[in-house]
Design a protein around this ligand. Sequence first.
Ligand code: GDP
Ligand code: MG
Length: 299
Amino acid sequence: MENTEFKSGYVNIIGLPNVGKSTLMNTLIGEKLSIITSKAQTTRHRILGILNNEQSQIIFSDTPGYINKPAYKMQEHMNDFVSAALRDADIFLFMVELGSSIEKQKELYSKLQDTEVPVLLLINKVDLSKDERQVKNYILQWQEILPKAESFIISALNKFNIDSVINRIRQLIPVHPPYFDKDAFTDKSERFIVSEIIREKILILFKQEIPYSCEVEVESFKEEEKIIRISAVIYTERPTQKSILIGKGGESIKKIGTMARLDAEKFFDKKIFLELFVKVKEKWRNNDNQLKKFGYDNK
Ligand code: GDP
Ligand code: MG
């Protein structure tokens, strides 16, 4: 007879910025839960994505990429989310980008060398390489560093080899009752998801420092029968940044709003009315109270 005991556990995805952690999380959950851009430090929080079936509940945790030298308190908090993920994992998914420097990942992999927790080493973006020898060679180098880790070459973007990763996870997670409701797919609120969608559009539309100096707060989220009415504020550090965000005649803010609304309508499968404001909040990235208000309250 098959073992019918329920299994549940935390599977924590860690890795340097931009290796594809959020892409993997969304591929695993089948929802666009974590925002993705080509810019480093897109993810600022720890986001749980939950995969349920009859026998198991796998809780994936997407984390910010580990920052070797934090320059702002905000980035220290981002690293703290990574530390939390290092503490409560039942399984680690350590993600690296094919061909990337192993040396630069020392700070992270050294935290995994002595762990008793199973580590799956995911070598991502294999779609970018046609050279099998290079791939094999790269795996061999990592096996010297993390001999106990099991390696998988994957493409999070093209969903290549993801099933084998999920199957292995299902074998490895412990017997445990579900941690969350069996129909939940994230620990995050609807407001958080909307603020992340807006932040993603700012990351896509603006260059250099602007996206990094912005935070988004949803002030109201009212669901009616046929429409969701949302009002949100974009906080930025300087008046000059505020005028760039608004743009000539409000052109830019309108663009952010339209793009975000379309995404939110897809996510919630409902019509959305989205109202956006821009406000200046000097040096919020180093202000404890402000950071707490924005949800960086993990110290
Ligand atoms: P994170 O910072 O680790 O969360 O990385 P993201 O998931 O935000 O992805 C960073 C960039 O890498 C984005 O432009 C993704 O589209 C891209 N990316 C992620 N996975 C793959 C992959 O398997 N192949 C390729 N070619 N690009 C990928
Ligand atoms: Mg990310």
